[in-house]
Design a protein around this ligand. Structure first.
Ligand SMILES: [Mg+2]
Length: 192
């Protein structure tokens, strides 16, 4: 199968990295539990416009820091060993410095990045998924989940505090090790 993998919030705890970087930047001590939303604007007292500018300014740092979600790397490597293809499909902007830190982070944490399977600037992930022939997509963020669902791309939600109320009909994972069983089931469905 061809498996589409979002990066931020799907294989990386970007939310935590972002709160840390914002705290340093603004000299604050906001706790991650006090940031239940996807966007950090409110807890840091920013207008949406200030929030967007701040993210643009700090995103390189946020993408450089931060840890993978537990077992994500190990599971994706095993899926590749089992013969599946993994594609990293992210809406991160495609400019060179962002692409560079993204590749470095994937390599540093041992993800199965092969030099050809990173698709930056994927703003419409349903479109990218269809073009690549993705069989199963893993995603955390509302705007992308909405597009993937309406584009009928089979999608699994990677659980996060900001997505618990979304798409109750979709399967949801809280542990990457649950993916083996899901992949097996989808393969069976596709065969029948
Ligand atoms: Mg994401």
């Amino acid at each position: 199968m061809k498996i589409g993998i979002d990066i931020d919030g799907t294989i990386k705890d970007t939310h935590r990295a972002a709160v840390e970087v914002y705290n340093k930047e603004f000299g604050k001590q906001v706790h991650i539990d006090d940031v239940p939303d996807f966007y950090l604007d409110k807890p840091f007292g920013l207008t949406p416009q200030e929030g967007r500018k701040t993210w643009r300014r700090l995103e390189e740092k946020i993408y450089t820091l931060g840890l993978p979600l537990p077992h994500a790397s190990e599971v994706l490597n095993q899926l590749v060993k089992d013969g599946h293809e993994v594609y990293f499909i992210t809406a991160r902007p495609g400019m060179e410095k962002i692409r560079r830190v993204t590749k470095m982070w994937l390599k540093k944490h041992g993800f199965p990045y092969n030099g050809r399977n990173l698709h930056m600037n994927s703003v419409n992930k349903a479109k990218v998924a269809k073009k690549l022939g993705i069989d199963l997509f893993f995603e955390d963020a509302k705007e992308h989940l909405d597009k993937l669902v309406s584009g009928k791309v089979p999608t699994i939600i990677v659980d996060a505090c900001y997505n618990r109320d979304l798409h109750p009909k979709l399967l949801r994972i809280t542990d990457w090790r649950d993916v083996y069983e899901i992949v097996e089931k989808v393969e069976e469905l596709n065969r029948s």
